[in-house]
Ligand binder design. Structure first.
Ligand SMILES: NC(=O)c1ccc[n+]([C@@H]2O[C@H](COP(=O)([O-])OP(=O)(O)OC[C@H]3O[C@@H](n4cnc5c(N)ncnc54)[C@H](OP(=O)(O)O)[C@@H]3O)[C@@H](O)[C@H]2O)c1
Length: 263
């Protein structure tokens, strides 16, 4: 299938590892030209040959400055993937019934919500000129918000509302906005010592390896395995493809069966 992405100009945030890195690799494999954003690059990202831009998207002016830098030499932009997200929250926030104090909420919202809103705002004129595509990366925790940490789940639920509303606002101008909702995916966010499974293991006083092994089943996944970042990347690339012009305002959840109600 020709996804008609060769030569398209693509901006991917949170691109140094995990889902973002896999997304960079997938777009490059389609012949796109990719600008990759994170606070720090990695050897894996450098090996792709994508153009790297350093930016902290959790700051008030980070997203605008990043988009201006990305478009300084070439104002074209066909695709924006707002993938940067997650972040570490203090362990106390996991056990706090309202998810922690204002600082914790502000930190989670700054990266997971405002970073996406601000980046999109800055990139929208170029995307409108190109009649381009936006994919925002959500989370299954927004569909099952009993899952801690609440500040993160709440920010991701807001991403869903923001994305659906934005799709209405800009769809008539030819800009397609969609969400990809991953469930447990094999990235450092989930698997590292200071990631989700490491924090759960520390809170329960059990081994990290035991929590990691049992995570797919615990999470209700029918596949018995974590999702690979490359699987999420394939969905992102497909939704951005001009070969799928009717993909507008959708939310594609890739979850191995863990989401029990229709997304
Ligand atoms: N993995 C999962 O199970 C899962 C499940 C549901 C949803 N998601 C979502 O999928 C997306 C990608 O997650 P992932 O699992 O691939 O996470 P990851 O492996 O932790 O990667 C996160 C990426 O975001 C960048 N980043 C973090 N904070 C940033 C900041 N302030 N400014 C700019 N870039 C920043 C990181 O690079 P630097 O640290 O160098 O900045 C890194 O490139 C996130 O939105 C996450 O919420 C993941």
């Amino acid at each position: 299938m020709d996804l008609d992405l060769a030569g398209k100009r693509v901006l991917v945030t949170g691109a140094s590892r995990g889902i973002g890195l896999a997304t960079v690799q997938a777009f490059l494999a389609e012949g796109a030209s990719v600008t990759a954003v994170a606070r720090r690059t990695t050897p894996e990202l450098e090996a792709t040959g994508a153009t790297f831009l350093a930016a902290d998207l959790a700051t008030a002016d980070g997203p605008l400055r990043m988009v201006e830098a990305a478009l300084a030499d070439d104002p074209r932009l066909d695709v924006l993937v707002n993938n940067a997200g997650g972040g570490t929250l203090p362990a106390e926030a996991l056990s706090d019934p309202v998810g922690g104090d204002d600082d914790v909420w502000e930190q989670a919202l700054a990266l997971n919500l405002y970073g996406t809103v601000r980046t999109t705002r800055a990139a929208l004129p170029a995307l409108t000129t190109a009649r381009g595509a936006v994919v925002n990366v959500g989370s299954d925790s927004a569909l099952m918000p009993h899952r801690a940490p609440l500040p993160y789940s709440t920010a991701k639920a807001a991403i869903n509302a923001f994305s659906r509303g934005l799709a209405e606002q800009v769809g008539g101008a030819g800009v397609r906005v969609n969400v990809v909702t991953p469930s447990a995916t094999r990235t450092s966010l989930l698997t590292s010592e200071d990631g989700v499974t490491g924090q759960v293991a520390a809170a329960m006083g059990v081994s990290h390896a035991a929590v990691l092994d049992g995570f797919p089943e615990q999470n209700g996944m029918l596949t018995g395995r974590l999702i690979e970042p490359s699987e999420i990347a394939r969905v992102i690339v497909l939704l951005c493809s001009p070969a799928l012009p009717s993909a507008v305002g959708s939310n594609w959840a890739l979850h191995g069966g863990s989401v029990k109600a229709p997304a």
